[in-house]
Design a protein around this ligand. Structure first.
Ligand code: ADP
Ligand code: TRP
Length: 321
């Protein structure tokens, strides 16, 4: 089984990225041949500063390795080290109906948020399809917002296979329902574009501040809260604290008696503890960048070998050989 996923180096990684994509991907590295990459070509649709891209790319590499990606189990690389994906994108783009891309929520959302509609942003899902198809991927672990892109990938692959004969494996998205959408500090989906994120890594003081600023209502501590399960801090606590702790806080909130300040303090403590090991690992890696770069180079070699096989198959089937 081939497992593949990618993440853009378009900002600092947050708890939503971790639970929605990174942790499932890290768990899956035990179960098959995994390919995980830093989608730096994709980041070109929204980041227009070269140094920022370099900085974020290294940041994602450090974060992912610190969180448990094991390069002896998973192939880890930069997307742009496999330029074959760009050639395959062209082959796919010629069979991609305009309407398929026009329907993509992510494109419409980005325009609604004021991003300028460049062609890269519009054709983003075709490059993503190429990322997935070029490794013969079976499973794509992603957060719910990326599901439609994997469906687009399937449509394009089916059309290619119908037109030119059996070429691509049809992939399946894998979405964890329990963490499909991690809420941000304002209760909306946590996303760097909403400015409501809690970073995975960061200094203790600002992180504590962020958590203490979680938006709550004005009900006093003693008032029973029958909607305790919808509370943002409770939802986050379920992710970072042992089950009985999260259940106890939820119950005390429901019954009345637990104030929001204490709830947030508990959340901070558990969040800080949850990522303690990863934080230590990240500091170690920061002092060993040669190792990190070597991991990415080795990953690129392996990824490229497989990508070339699939690209050659596609070229041959459509008469480009
Ligand atoms: P952002 O919304 O912050 O820009 P990305 O779009 O770069 O995040 O997402 C990277 C990966 O993390 C994707 O697989 C996405 O589904 C997942 N992800 C992002 N935010 C969340 C969230 N709040 N809950 C669950 N998964 C998320
Ligand atoms: N579009 C994904 C995101 O923003 C990143 C990505 C690029 C990806 N190519 C991919 C994810 C292929 C899974 C598979 O999160």
């Amino acid at each position: 089984m081939i497992i593949l996923s990618g993440i853009q180096p378009s900002g600092t990684l947050h708890v939503g990225n971790y639970f929605g994509m990174m942790r499932p991907a890290i768990e899956l590295q035990e179960q098959g041949e995994a390919y995980y990459f830093i989608a730096n070509y994709h980041s070109m649709t929204s980041v227009f500063d070269a140094d920022e891209r370099r900085h974020n790319t290294l940041g994602v590499a450090l974060d992912f390795l610190a969180c448990g990606l094991d390069p002896s189990k998973a192939v880890f690389f930069r997307q742009s080290d496999v330029p074959e994906v760009c050639e395959l994108t062209w082959l796919l783009t010629t069979l991609t109906p305009m309407g398929l891309l026009e329907r993509c929520h992510s494109y419409k959302d980005k325009l609604a948020k004021g991003q300028s509609p460049n062609h890269g942003l519009f054709s983003y899902p075709v490059l993503m399809a190429s990322d997935i198809l070029i490794y013969d991927s079976n499973i794509v672990p992603v957060g719910r917002d990326q599901k439609q892109h994997v469906e687009v990938t399937r449509d394009i692959a089916i059309k290619f296979n119908q037109t030119y004969g059996e070429t691509f494996v049809i992939p399946e998205p894998q979405i964890r329902d329990s963490v499909a959408v991690v809420p941000g500090t304002d209760g909306q989906k946590m996303s760097k574009s909403y400015g409501n994120t809690i970073d995975i890594f960061g200094e203790e003081k600002p992180q504590r501040k962020t958590i203490m600023r979680l938006v709550m209502d004005s009900r006093p501590p003693e008032e029973p809260k029958p909607d305790a399960d919808k509370n943002i801090a409770v939802q986050l606590l379920r992710l970072v604290a042992p089950k009985p702790v999260a259940a106890d806080c939820e119950e005390r909130l429901r019954a009345g008696g637990l104030g929001y300040g204490d709830l947030k303090k508990a959340l901070f403590e558990h969040y800080w503890e949850y990522f303690a090991e990863a934080r230590a690992k990240r500091s170690e890696l920061e002092n060993n960048l040669d190792y990190v770069n070597q991991v990415l180079r080795d990953g690129a070699d392996k990824a490229r070998t497989r990508a070339t096989i699939v690209l050659d198959r596609a070229r041959k089937n459509c008469g480009l050989d």
